[in-house]
Structure formats: C-alpha cells, structure tokens
Design a protein around this ligand. Structure first.
Ligand SMILES: Cc1cc2nc3c(=O)[nH]c(=O)nc-3n(C[C@H](O)[C@H](O)[C@H](O)COP(=O)(O)OP(=O)(O)OC[C@H]3O[C@@H](n4cnc5c(N)ncnc54)[C@H](O)[C@@H]3O)c2cc1C
Length: 359
C-alpha cells in the first residue's frame, strides 16, 4: 500500500550535514515512533527488549534480511562461551533467544532496508531514510556494529557465474554441506574453524591457504592437520572453478611456489578470506566519529540531541573499547533508559526490576 506523505513540514530545519542535507525523494510514513534502533545485531535486539519494557514505541531497522548481525551472518554455527547465563550457546541460538526476548513487546522489525540519510525536522523529531521510505522518530539508537559488511572476494575465472551456486562466503546451515566435497579457501579463524565444524557432515574437505603460516588459533590449526577428513594444502591458491547449470564441479588450484596446477573435483567452495566493513552513510550524518566509531559519552549520547549509540559502533569516552556482546548489552540498557528520559522527561531513569513486572 502506498504510504501517505508526512505531515511534518519539510525541513527548513537543521539538515544535519553532508549527505543528510538532501532529503531523499521517498515517501515518509506518518507514524512517529519513540525510538528507532538502527541495527538488529545482538545489541539492537536487546535494546528493543528494553525499549519495550520502557513502553516505548519502537522500530528496529536492519539492512540484512535477517536479525542477528555478526552472529547470524559471520558465525551462526559457532559456540559462544562468554555470554552471561549461558555456559555455551550457538550464535544462531543466542539470536533466536534475543528475538524471542524482544518479541515480548512486539517491536516493529523492518528488515532488508539500509538507513542512508538522517534529517532533523523542525519540531525536533528525526526522519531516518532508507532507499524505500522515511521513518519518523523522536529518538534514535544506532547499533550498527561495524556497519554493513561484505566478504572479500578472489579474482578467479567464473567467480560471478557460480556465486550462490557452488561458491559461498557464509555458512548459514551446516546441513547445506551434507555429503559435499568442499574446498575451503583461507588461513584465518573462519576458514580453519569451518573446516573443523563441517568435517563430520561433508564427504571431504580440502583447506587451501596461500602461505604456510595460519592466522588462526594454533590448537585449531593443529587439529586440522591431524584430522583425517581434512586435507590441508599450504602455498596453494585457487585459480578457477568450473561446472554446469547445476553448480560447481571442479576447481583448479595451484602451488604458488612452482605454479603447478591441479584440478580437483568439488561440489562447493567456501571462501573465507575476511570481510570489508563499511560504515557507509552513517559517517556523513553529522555525528562525531572517533576511529570509525561513534563518539558517545557515559550516557551513550552522541553529539546530536536524542541520538544514541551502543555496541561495536560506540566509542565511549573515558572507557575502554571492548567489542563484545556482554559490553554491548550493558550499553544498550544504558542507552535505552537515557533515551526514555529524553523522550519523556518526567520518566524515571531507573527502569525498575523486570522481575517485579507481571509476566
Ligand atoms: C567470528 C566472530 C566471533 C565472535 N565471537 C564472539 C564471542 O565469542 N563473544 C563475544 O562477546 N563477541 C564475539 N564476537 C563479537 C560480537 O559478535 C560483536 O561484538 C557483536 O556482534 C556486536 O554487536 P552489535 O549489535 O553492536 O553489532 P553487529 O552484530 O555488527 O550488528 C550490527 C547490525 O547493524 C546493521 N547495519 C549496519 N549498518 C546499517 C545501516 N546503515 N542500516 C541498517 N542496518 C545497518 C548490520 O546489518 C548488522 O545486522 C565475535 C565476532 C566475530 C566476527
């Protein structure tokens, strides 16, 4: 259904800066939320629980088609051991728990839309724009992590042809690799950990790395070398892949010392050679940055009134920066309670105990 244009007067107002000075020509919704959370990673999800607990009308926006941030995209099948209350939990299971926790208060989830522009309206509210719409909100919490990230790619023959049909950069479900001949490219933790994690479901694994020094945990590398299901090939690179409409069938690899080539049968190739993180438009919103992070004070406030940041993207003054889920959770709770008071100055800062609220 087409959205009506907003009643809020066009911004005579403080266009924030740079790109934000332009109002994108997309429809703006009439609905005004109390808090828009940009980024549905663990920090944004926990923040949305807290915003619901504080009876704030909340919208959670994420560029990715699913919630969970780095946990959902980069390491869904890895165990996390340092989240309070969970001696161990798979990243994807933690995401499911966070979504369930947030759902208690039914936040509006807008997935698959990337925030591109931010404009402050004359009445002090904000319009957050995506390429599809504008959303009006009284306050904003930016939990955009390291920004939107994209995998590093190789420059090999037929790469584009087989991306998504034999060449992959992420593992969403281990079962996808069931009984497959898998080639893994990379020498960091992701490549090595996936080799170990997938060894029991795949038919075979060849792990190639262009050097003989791995950037992964020593113990994990040792495990790979000792594992009969994994063939580790160092000084080896991928040259090309080939196959048919049903997917990849072979890969040509070569020894980078001798240039000797070898063609091996493979069904799937997992390329794990790192990611490029891109903060993208956020850096142009007039928000004070510090080393690719948003500068916040002890109350998680940015330099813009009513705009807060938490999690990996936040650099808190007079603090140390630990990019961990546990620290992000605490920052999210702080930010939301301060945002509550910003939106409703009569509200208490302290939220009360959740245990004292009826279920
Ligand atoms: C391999 C790996 C293992 C890890 N293991 C652990 C561990 O064991 N323990 C631990 O505590 N931490 C671990 N971490 C770190 C942890 O994942 C991060 O600290 C955590 O994900 C940060 O959460 P966040 O919500 O701040 O950001 P993120 O998880 O990065 O989520 C940010 C979200 O914002 C979205 N976004 C970005 N820009 C925009 C935009 N313009 N518009 C809309 N959406 C946007 C992104 O799509 C993303 O979904 C690990 C990280 C990695 C890579």
């Amino acid at each position: 259904m087409a959205q009506q244009a907003t009643q809020v007067k066009p911004v005579t107002a403080t266009a924030l800066s740079g790109a934000a000075a332009q109002r994108p020509s997309v429809p703006v919704e009439n609905e005004l939320s109390d808090l828009m959370i940009i980024g549905a990673g663990p920090c944004g999800l926990f923040a949305s629980y807290y915003a619901g607990f504080r009876e704030m009308k909340t919208v959670v926006l994420d560029a990715l088609p699913e919630a969970g941030g780095q946990l959902a995209v980069l390491y869904p099948e890895k165990y996390i051991f340092d989240v309070p209350g969970y001696p161990e939990i798979l990243a994807k299971d933690l995401v499911a728990q966070l979504v369930a926790q947030a759902s208690r208060y039914n936040p509006r989830m807008v997935l698959g839309e990337r925030a591109t522009d931010l404009v402050r309206n004359a009445d002090g509210t904000y319009a957050v724009y995506t390429d599809k719409k504008g959303y009006l909100t009284k306050a904003i919490l930016i939990t955009a992590g390291v920004g939107s990230f994209s995998p590093n790619k190789l420059n090999i023959t037929n790469q584009e042809k087989f991306e998504g049909n034999g060449i992959y950069y992420f593992v969403k479900h281990k079962s996808f690799f069931q009984d497959k001949n898998l080639l893994i490219v990379g020498g960091g933790d992701s490549a090595v950990d996936w080799a170990l994690n997938l060894k029991d479901v795949t038919k075979s694994i060849v792990l190639i790395h262009r050097r003989d020094q791995f950037r992964a945990h020593e113990q994990s590398v040792k495990e790979c070398y000792n594992c009969p299901q994994i063939s580790v090939r160092t000084f080896t690179e991928l040259k090309s892949v080939d196959g048919d409409a049903s997917g990849v069938k072979v890969a040509t690899i070569f020894d980078n010392r001798t240039t000797k080539e070898e063609t091996i049968p493979v069904d799937c190739i997992l390329i794990n050679i790192g990611f490029k993180a891109n903060l993208g438009p956020i850096a142009n919103w007039g928000i004070q940055m510090e080393n690719r992070a948003i500068k916040v004070n002890g109350k998680m406030e940015t330099n813009l009134p009513g705009v807060f940041a938490a999690g990996d993207i936040a650099a808190q003054s007079d603090s140390v920066k630990l990019n961990l889920i546990a620290t992000g959770f605490a920052q999210a709770a702080l930010a939301v309670n301060v945002a509550k008071k910003y939106v409703d100055p009569k509200a208490q800062l302290f939220p009360g105990h959740s245990s004292e609220k009826s279920a």
